[in-house]
Design a protein around this ligand. Structure first.
Ligand SMILES: *Cc1c(COP(=O)(O)O)cnc(C)c1O
Length: 362
């Protein structure tokens, strides 16, 4: 197992500045005083594990990642509980997914215990940056990532890889309270094809989704829904969130995992929480016609999206080139609201963690 050396920041942000940032952190705008780096080479494997001052990474202009996008990442959060302790939610799932993403991108796998220790070491060095719970939804967002840092131009898996973890304090995703989002249905672009990288959490998937995201913004929408690449008929997911559909009989449907959808930790957790709440949960294919017609007829009462960053987000509208469909009167539905609350209660230690999903960091 890796041992992380600690080089404390010589000029950490003064307490007053940190307090000011934590009072209104936004999302992904501010970073803590430290970062983790670990290097991999074929000869030495993973080595040189460090927690060191946050700062720029020196990269050769020929570094493979800049040309061939051999890169993966994770997204998770550290939550402060009322007694001051700091916890992660199912970090073993992020560690396992990081390994699956690595295999798909021909990157070396980081052992799960080293992934967890990297996260723990950083949060412990920057514990003061984990916001107080104070009834809100503030957390420290953690971003582990790995990329091809070898300097060479040539198409083969790189022989030098850098793993990093950085951390960014995050306020509630919805500053003015939870508000249903408007979704643009991308008919031109897809994000994922059979045999492609859709199930891996890699930057390339996001790069490929940006043109559709621009289109969404131009149409007054917040996010994009992508369909399958073969039939252009089956609902897959948003650019960075999985989808759920609540039917009028209480059954909740989510698109089944077919290898082209990212396996969200939130998605998986919600399957369990819905089952606990007595809902029938169906993992199956759902077509865009079923969504459109169901929302119009009332057969589909609620739609919500889920992911670590925004937790659970109600979807109020589906916009397409030739029309719009309002979902659930454009309001947040009761199932969406209760799943959201159940998840947050667990993450902030306000409800019993019967499944051992919470993992203490500090
Ligand atoms: C990260 C991500 C999600 C959500 O995953 P969580 O583990 O719930 O945060 C969903 N879809 C895509 C494409 C993602 O990259």
């Amino acid at each position: 197992m890796l041992e992380f050396s600690l080089t404390p920041a010589t000029s950490p942000r003064p307490e007053s500045e940190r307090a000011q940032i934590l009072s209104s952190p936004g999302f992904g705008k501010h970073f803590t005083d430290h970062m983790v780096t670990v290097t991999w080479t074929p000869a030495d494997g993973w080595h040189d594990a460090q927690v060191k001052p946050y700062g720029p990474i020196q990269l050769d202009p020929s570094a493979a990642v800049l040309h061939y996008a051999q890169e993966i990442f994770e997204g998770m959060k550290a939550y402060r509980h009322a007694d001051g302790s700091i916890w992660a939610f199912r970090p073993d799932q992020n560690a396992a997914r990081f390994q699956r993403s690595a295999r798909r991108l021909a990157l070396p796998e980081l052992p799960a215990e080293d992934f967890l220790e990297a996260v723990r070491s950083l949060v412990s060095a920057d514990a003061d940056w984990v916001p107080e719970p104070s009834g809100g939804e503030a957390s420290l967002y953690l971003r582990p990532f790995m990329f091809a840092s070898e300097a060479f131009l040539g198409v083969r898996p790189a022989a030098e890889i850098t793993f990093c973890v950085i951390a960014s304090p995050a306020g509630p995703y919805f500053a003015g309270g939870v508000k249903p989002v408007r979704i643009w249905l991308s008919s031109e672009y897809t994000r994922s094809a059979p045999g492609g990288t859709g199930a891996a959490k890699c930057g390339g998937n996001y790069a490929a989704s940006l043109a559709a995201q621009v289109e969404a913004i131009e149409r007054g929408c917040d996010q994009v829904c992508f369909l399958d690449a073969v039939e252009r008929k089956w609902v897959e997911e948003l650019g960075g969130m999985n989808l759920y559909f609540v039917q009028d009989d209480g059954t909740v449907v989510t698109p089944e995992l077919t290898g082209t959808i990212l396996e969200g930790v939130t998605r998986d957790s919600i399957l369990t929480l819905l089952d606990d709440a007595g809902h029938k949960v169906d993992e199956r294919r759902i077509s865009i016609d079923e969504w459109r017609e169901g929302a119009a007829s009332g057969r589909i009462r609620e739609v919500f999206a889920c992911g670590t960053a925004a937790v659970v987000t109600p979807v109020g509208l589906l916009a397409e080139p030739d029309g719009e469909t309002v979902i659930g009167g454009g309001e947040t539905g009761p199932v969406t609201a209760s799943v959201r609350a159940a998840l947050l209660d667990l993450q902030y230690g306000r409800s019993a963690d019967d499944r051992g999903w919470m993992h203490r960091l500090v």
